[in-house]
Design a protein around this ligand. Sequence first.
Ligand code: ADP
Ligand code: MG
Length: 395
Amino acid sequence: MELNSVTLKGRANVAKLTIGGIVALGVVYKMKSGGKASQKAGPFPNIKSTHSLVAKHVTADKWAKLGGITTKTSGFTLAKAIACAVDFDDQHCGIYAGDADSYEDFKTVFEPIILEYHGLKADFKHASDMDVTKIKGNINPYAPVKSTRIRVGRSINGFGLSPGITKEQRLGVETLMKSAFAKLSADLKGNYYPLQGMQESVRQKLVDDHFLFVSGDKNLISAGMEREWPEGRGIFHNEAKSFLVWVNEEDQLRIISMEKGGDVKGVFERLARGINAVGDSVKSESGKEFMLHPKYGYLHSCPTNLGTGMRASVHIDLPGWTKEGIDTLKKRCEALALQPRGTRGESGGQTGITYDISNKHRLGYSEIELVQTMIDGVNTLYKEDLELQKKHGLV
Ligand code: ADP
Ligand code: MG
């Protein structure tokens, strides 16, 4: 945040020197295409995450071309996009988009990062498939799976993405969603609960029960996603709390289907139906559609979520793998195209022998391929865990 204001000041000084006293400081040159505004780039930033994709792909040459650009939708800049790679030394990726324009205006930075992160070739194209009938099998009913959750991110055309979204746009998304939620019916029917004014005990219970997001993630803060917190944020859920939508967290929308047990197919079926219902309702209320890029699929604020934006996870007990050690489990998950997390969320940490196991990929595979990978991989981990339990004398 500090960097951004320093950079802006630096840029203003450059403008002053270049244009002299003739034009006011705020004046920008209109570019011919896309409606973005441009002035001269400020000084090249000091990128603390020296091993990040940002450090590799934000070169001095690109900075000179892109560093002075301000996007049309939310007034986003490359400096704002890479703030967490500049602020911290531990980023792998290190970049966020502040609106759909960011992916175009800063394409020479985003595209190579997207290709490298997702391991894709330049001519790839995302294809979506949510046909639940194509999924084979399900989680082994004997596996100690406590719960299943599948989420996708969705963004609505015309509004900025969380890192760049203006206060007015954020409230616009919330207002639109309130009326869109009111149209949901049958098992998807529910209520919207804004974070602002929510009773603390109610909020804490929703967090403890794994339904609600929390504030305080340093990356999200650095990327500008907690500006004006908690205004405009909230959660919708049906009565059974099996269908939920987060509003204005890391993405404008996180659409979630979850329940106890390991019926991944059932959870996916409700998710697919829920996404369609929310999309139809948004469209009939506003005429707007979800942001769908011809190549990158569904647009998200974080390029690591592009494509499906889908994370299908189970909470599962793995006592044998716990004895082997978390690093060995991580390696095994990597080989199975899975990702282990702690059960208190990405930044919440690990408890006991229970893990959050989910698909690792988001882009370059369809939704059903990713769900299939998760089902097959979790069944494999469970089978191996039984062997490891024997090896370590647990049974
Ligand atoms: P994401 O950002 O992918 O939605 P996080 O790792 O931030 O997920 O976790 C968000 C919340 O969802 C946390 O409270 C986490 O415990 C919960 N969660 C994730 N997977 C499951 C699951 N399979 N069952 C129950 N809760 C889950
Ligand atoms: Mg998260």
